[in-house]
Design a binder for this molecule. Sequence first.
Ligand code: GRG
Length: 292
Amino acid sequence: MAELKSALARAGDVAFAGIEAGVRMKAQFADTPIADAMLHAVRGGKTLRGFLVLQGAALHGVDEDRAKPVAAAIECIHAYSLVHDDLPSMDDDDLRRGQPTVHRKWDEATAVLAGDALQALAFQMITFAEIEAAHKVTLIASLADRAGINGMVGGQALDIAAETAIEPFDLRQIERLQAGKTGALIEWAAGAGAMMVGADDRPLRTYGRALGQAFQIADDILDVTGDEATVGKAVGKDENAGKATFVSLLGLDGAKRRADELVESACDALSNYGDDAETLKEAARFVVNRTH
Ligand code: GRG
């Protein structure tokens, strides 16, 4: 566990340093709050997605320096999605990671623009990576697919549709929604290390898909069992009110069982990597046992 925690912290430092360099380098509009809002948005998370990039890269012989821009890229996309998700037109949250959300600390226009700029920066970061040009194209094309209408944005749109659906979503619909909203970026992050060298990314992506679903189930479980104050959400607000979740559909015990099964299949998918994949396996176990 100590090794996993330090690898997660390291991924945070690495991704943040990459993003800060990217933001400052482009800070031709330093007289606006955008750069500060972008950096505020990327601070303080678990850096799970950046960690997955660095671990997958290491399994394919890509060192941290070369993988850093790609880890930074996925954390930029993740941060942009959270900034926009927190907006009044979406979840209308005041707190994120225990800090004021970007639209609360600055204003709505700054939050929209900081999110937009983080998304653009993500793709630019990948162009900085010292890898073959063809592999950069693969990473950029697949990230665009996973972040957009076929992935995260599509899942988010379905989540919004669920709020006004006449019937609560069934398990198949919730799995589809979450595979887009939360799963798509986690799957991409897991597979990125293989894509960086043009290797077969299917085992890591299979791991990432299972991990993403386990992560979402754990999040639903935490919504029921966790202490709102410690998870950094707006106290007294229930984002899942009236909506189907893995817990409402499977029950608490059923959801825990499903999460455990997913962790097992995530770990199985890495069997060809042997002991080298131990930290990734530990991460899968951590995701379902986390308390925030
Ligand atoms: C606005 C296009 C758009 C998409 C938003 C990711 C997302 C889609 C919304 C987040 C809503 C949410 C709280 C989902 C639950 C699972 C989740 C993605 C939690 C946040 O990820 P963590 O726990 O966050 O990795 P940290 O803060 O650790 O980076």
